[in-house]
Design a protein around this ligand. Structure first.
Ligand code: HEC
Ligand code: HEC
Ligand code: HEC
Ligand code: HEC
Length: 434
């Protein structure tokens, strides 16, 4: 495999502990963290050289606009690329889904007036995306809802930016391929393209700084909004330095409508708070300061290399948790990590507990604010302040709540967001008398 030849080997073995310490120092240096490597080195292997693979960076190509490109369906590649295709089909097995509303009932208050208060299921396998978006009880309006769900939408938007504003049903009728090869490869399997042009627009000159295997995921696993005028899917930043929770909030606060109001995904009826919905900011979270393993890309941990029965090695196209990928754990992660599952669970437990505690309290503060709005007891000045605080606190809370790793990708950033949510919630509580 040509791409496998690009890999350089990182030798760890009898010197596992030394390598781990050195690696930790490099990482801490890059991420600005304290020198405190946690994972316990595995027992040195029999041979002198256990290998963990770290690949050289790959630069993404950017798909051309306006070429009239048509989607080659995923199933049309099955014969030529059976290993990649069969592991892609395996995503059907990742079918578990749980209701966020049942698990975190307070979100019906925080998202009140918005679709996510009606139905909000957790993520599952990529092959379910179209089914999951069309079956939600949430109201749909436009084709832009299909941005991250079908290759046909991706091709339509490449050919004509106006496609985002098409009626939802018109796009639905055109779907031939749901989540497909096209998103990441256009019609050249193996070559990585950025086909979602809003990512290239948002990154500008910074695009080449990120590995193509991270950018292919960032096309969808990132924070976006729909432009109020064109309805086009757009990221809330320009340049990677602006892809932080603080800067993205500033961007939305400066995006004013004709009446001078800052951008809102929706306005809560009972409180008048102009709310923002954060959306799965995995890319922004892991590439921010404090993110884990800046030397790895999304595919290192969520795809990995697999070996077919005939000995061929290929990139696994089953997108899952690294903890469910035994081949990856054995060949790479466990070379350094003693018990990765326990380390991940510890971070997630702490993050989810704190997120729920703040979310519940913020929901109660929203209810108290609604009561004040109803009885008209706040001054105009206090009301404006309270609305802004409720918006800001919810933004920071949601940045952690909807990030799919539950704190693992970047526990420093998660803690920082929750600290800010708590601070603004405290100020809101003072105004609403909680
Ligand atoms: C075209 C948009 C798109 C691209 C590109 C994309 N994803 Fe996804 N991903 C989604 C959506 C949407 C879901 C949720 C699917 C559902 O629940 O119906 C998802 C779900 C997942 C899940 C499953 C989560 C779970 O709880 O089981 C993983 C893991 C994942 N993506 C990782 C990746 C990685 C890694 C990449 C890049 C190699 C990537 N994704 C590229 C849109 C995308
Ligand atoms: C979410 C993004 C994504 C999608 C969708 C996707 N791939 Fe890939 N594909 C990758 C990544 C990342 C690599 C690794 C590239 C590298 O390391 O050079 C890859 C590599 C490949 C390769 C090179 C050989 C190998 O296995 O490393 C082939 C061939 C390939 N993919 C075929 C397909 C086919 C066929 C489909 C659809 C059934 C598909 N891909 C869908 C991201 C994707
Ligand atoms: C260093 C390894 C690593 C890298 C790099 C990484 N992740 Fe993760 N990711 C994890 C771990 C560990 C989890 C938690 C898995 C679990 O809960 O079982 C996770 C969780 C997720 C989930 C939720 C999966 C699930 O099953 O619920 C998604 C989606 C995801 N990551 C996407 C991404 C994307 C997109 C990127 C790149 C922008 C990325 N990850 C980079 C290690 C990584
Ligand atoms: C060369 C050694 C090495 C390899 C290989 C390695 N890691 Fe790590 N990993 C570390 C070090 C060192 C840390 C930092 C620990 C800290 O700062 O507390 C870390 C941290 C992490 C964290 C954050 C949780 C924690 O324990 O702090 C996750 C998640 C993680 N690694 C996932 C992975 C995954 C998934 C793989 C395999 C694809 C992998 N790592 C491979 C050395 C390694």
């Amino acid at each position: 495999m040509e791409n496998k030849q690009k890999e350089i080997m990182l030798f760890v073995g009898l010197a596992a502990v030394g390598a781990l310490t050195a690696f930790g120092a490099v990482m801490n240096n890059k991420a600005g963290r304290e020198a405190n490597p946690q994972p316990v080195a595995a027992e040195p292997a029999d041979t002198e050289t256990t290998t963990a693979t770290v690949s050289e960076s790959i630069t993404a190509l950017v798909a051309e606009k306006g070429t009239g490109v048509k989607v080659t369906k995923s199933s049309d590649w099955a014969e030529q690329y059976p290993n990649e295709y069969n592991t892609y089909v395996k995503n059907d097995e990742n079918d578990e889904v749980h209701s966020y509303i049942e698990l975190h009932p307070y979100i019906t208050t925080l998202y009140s007036g918005y679709g996510f208060a009606i139905q909000y299921g957790s993520a599952r396998g990529h092959t379910y995306v179209v089914e999951d978006v069309t079956s939600t009880g949430r109201p749909h309006k436009l084709a832009n809802c299909f941005t991250c769900k079908t290759s046909d939408m991706t091709a339509a938007a490449l050919n004509d930016n106006g496609a985002y504003a098409m009626p939802f049903e018109d796009m639905e009728a055109q779907i031939t391929d749901a989540f497909g090869c096209f998103h990441c490869h256009q019609n050249e399997p193996g070559t990585l393209y950025v086909t979602h042009s809003y990512l290239a627009d948002a990154m500008g000159d910074d695009l080449s700084k990120y590995d193509a295997r991270t950018l292919s995921c960032a096309q969808c696993h990132s924070e976006y909004y729909f432009d109020p005028e064109t309805k086009a899917t757009t990221l809330g930043y320009v340049g990677h330095d602006n892809a932080t929770p603080d800067k993205i909030l500033e961007y939305y606060n400066n995006l004013l409508d004709a009446d001078g109001n800052p951008f809102a995904d929706w306005v809560a009826e009972d409180t008048g708070v102009r709310k923002l919905k954060t959306q799965h900011p995995e890319f922004e979270t892991i590439t921010a300061a404090g993110g884990i393993h800046p030397d790895m890309n999304c595919a290192t941990c969520h795809m990995g290399t697999a070996t077919a029965d005939d000995g061929t090695t290929f990139t696994n196209h089953y997108w899952s948790s690294p903890l469910d990928n035994q081949e990856l754990l054995d060949s790479s992660c466990n070379v350094c990590h003693g018990d990765l599952t326990a380390a991940v669970e510890k971070i997630q437990k702490e993050t989810v507990a704190r997120t729920d505690e703040i979310g519940e309290s913020l929901a109660a503060a929203n209810e108290a604010l609604a009561a004040k709005v109803a009885d008209g007891s706040l001054s105009d000045e206090d009301l404006a302040k309270a609305r802004d605080l409720a918006r800001t606190a919810q933004w920071y809370w949601d940045f952690v709540f909807v990030e799919n790793s539950d704190g693992v990708h970047n526990k420093t950033l998660a803690a920082d967001c929750l600290d800010k949510a708590e601070k603004y919630l405290g100020e809101l509580n003072e105004i609403v008398g909680r």
